[in-house]
Design a protein. Structure first.
Length: 106
């Protein structure tokens, strides 16, 4: 199981509202994505998004998906995420997931 939290910088002047959220759940099973959460933060006038996820081993990558929503997700990513900013992976210190939930994820 992969547990990650990564910070990305949003391009200045780009829209930052979520889109297509009602369709996203269709692709999560293919990706073995159990939890995907996006947080937003503004620091010193700069906007950042944090992706937190819990994903099973061997899930399909979003770039390999055949779902239209994933194509739109990647398009939105390219429009809004500042690729000149090096993403920051936060170091997980503790994960508190009950064993019965972990069994269901496997």
């Amino acid at each position: 199981m992969n547990i990650e939290c990564t910070r990305f910088k949003v391009k200045k002047g780009e829209k930052s509202e979520g889109r297509y959220m009602d369709e996203v759940l269709l692709t999560l099973a293919d990706e073995k994505m159990y939890v995907e959460t996006i947080f937003r933060e503004v620091l010193n006038g700069e906007e950042f998004l944090y992706w937190y996820s819990i994903q099973g081993e061997g899930g399909q990558g979003v770039s390999d998906s055949q779902h239209e929503i994933d194509r739109l997700h990647l398009q939105y990513w390219n429009e809004c995420i500042d690729e000149t900013y090096e993403p920051v992976d936060l170091n997980m210190q503790v994960s508190m997931i009950p064993k019965n939930i972990i069994r269901e994820m496997k």
